[in-house]
Design a protein around this ligand. Structure first.
Ligand code: GDP
Length: 407
């Protein structure tokens, strides 16, 4: 089976590629829109992604529960092939259909596909999905159109099906029969916000016992730990007038130490480099008079078990009050989860999402936050130090997931 993904600046452009490559009998499995390019969130361009296959027989796991609903005539018109009709009439047992609605063949043999026709096709596809969902789940049997649209928009934004279902169920209860789209959207944002544990910002202040508050950042290389640490250091020092020292355990990536040294000089805080866990212990003791100790761990690859063990030894020696796991929002869902899983062995108290300005979709962050189940302490929204950092706010993230723009 040939399964491929195509990208274009319009649906027509991406679809034309599908047809060119796989022919008119190609099966569209998934479409999504996203934005890319631009600077600091400005000037991004819309893009469309289509996942298609050359074969019809790629239907999702089907667990028929009940008789097939009658074939939809509009769909038959739009997707005329017998295979498409068969697929459209096949009931599924879970809420997978909106992601994998069953194969639908590309509509026409003509190379000229206009936008109106494509819009019609998508509308027909949505209706088909709706019917399949309705026919497959008793709870959703009467899902009103606005709620279904909301459900699809959550999936479009890569919220997992499970969480999207939870949100819709909560919205449905709270809406109490109302179908006002704006109100439903607000209820959805409220429900999503409740799913994201936040907080932890208040923690960066001197401890009551006079010892320094120690905060360490861990996470894969390149996610933005050093940059985030510099942002935090600047905030503590310049805004909160705290006495801050930086520590890095990096002996492996010299450039990373130099990067942090430059930040330390600009912000006006000392930087200590720990070359061994023992060294770390000594540095921490020496820094007993500071309000805040910020510990960077750049350069440790989470793929390397030995290095993770080393990292753990350094952290044991530092004995931080908080360990924040840093994950980049521009990474793929599975990559973020894999990183979270690997670093979980070290033990994390909080989560930081960096690079929100480069996030392809915000729904993934909800999925990851739920999975990691640690409070979201900060998000970062650009490369600029110290400007581009915000306390983790569940309502803000929920609004982003519901389509609000970042800036
Ligand atoms: P580390 O290896 O985890 O310490 O990552 P760095 O702090 O060295 O950052 C890697 C790259 O990501 C650098 O080019 C940073 O400027 C960039 N970066 C960090 N935070 C952000 C952010 O919030 N948005 C964007 N777009 N880039 C960021």
């Amino acid at each position: 089976m040939k399964l491929k993904t195509y990208h274009g600046s319009t649906l027509a452009e991406a679809l034309a590629q599908v047809k060119r490559d796989l022919g008119s009998d190609a099966v569209i499995l998934h479409t999504r829109s996203y934005r890319r390019g631009g600077v600091l969130g400005f000037g991004t361009k819309p893009r469309v992604e289509i996942t298609a296959s050359s074969e019809v027989n790629v239907a999702p796991k089907l667990k028929p529960r009940r008789a097939a609903p009658p074939a939809n005539h509009a769909l038959q018109r739009a997707y005329g092939s017998p295979s498409a009709r068969t697929a459209a009439a096949t009931p599924t047992a879970t809420l997978t259909p909106p992601r994998q609605p069953g194969p639908v063949t590309v509509a026409t043999a003509s190379p000229a596909v206009d936008d109106t026709q494509l819009a019609d096709e998508i509308a027909a596809l949505k209706k088909m999905v709706q019917r399949v969902v309705r026919s497959s789940d008793r709870d959703r049997a009467d899902l009103p159109q606005p709620l279904f649209e909301l459900y699809l928009s959550l999936l479009d934004n890569e919220v997992s099906e499970e969480l999207a279902e939870d949100v819709i169920a909560q919205v449905r209860r709270a809406a109490d029969g109302s179908c006002d789209a704006k109100q439903l959207k607000k209820l959805a944002a409220d429900s999503i916000a409740k799913m994201i544990p936040t907080g932890g910002v208040e923690a960066i202040k001197p401890r009551a016992d006079g010892r320094p508050h120690k905060l360490a950042l861990i996470g894969p290389t390149g996610v933005g730990k050093t940059t985030t640490l510099a942002k935090l250091a600047a905030d503590c020092k310049l805004r909160h007038k705290l006495n801050v020292a930086l520590v890095t355990i990096d002996t492996y990536r010299i450039a990373a130490v130099e990067q942090l040294r430059t930040y330390a000089q600009i912000i006006g805080v000392p930087l200590h480099v720990a070359n061994s866990p023992m060294d770390m212990r000594t540095i921490v003791e020496k820094c007993a008079g500071y309000d805040v100790l910020l510990i960077d761990t750049a350069g440790r690859s989470q793929r390397d078990g030995e290095k993770l063990g080393e990292l753990r030894a350094y952290l044991d020696a530092a004995d931080p009050d908080e360990v924040h796991l840093v994950l980049a929002s521009n990474a793929r869902h599975d990559v973020m989860l894999e990183a979270a899983e690997r670093f979980a062995a070290i033990g994390t108290d909080r989560i930081i999402f960096t690079k929100l300005d480069e996030a392809v979709s915000f729904g993934v962050l909800l999925n990851v936050a739920r999975k990691v189940n640690k409070r979201l302490s900060f998000v970062t929204t650009g490369q600029e130090v110290p400007r581009d950092i915000e306390p983790g706010c569940s309502k803000r993230l929920a609004r982003l997931i519901m389509g609000e723009s970042l800036k």
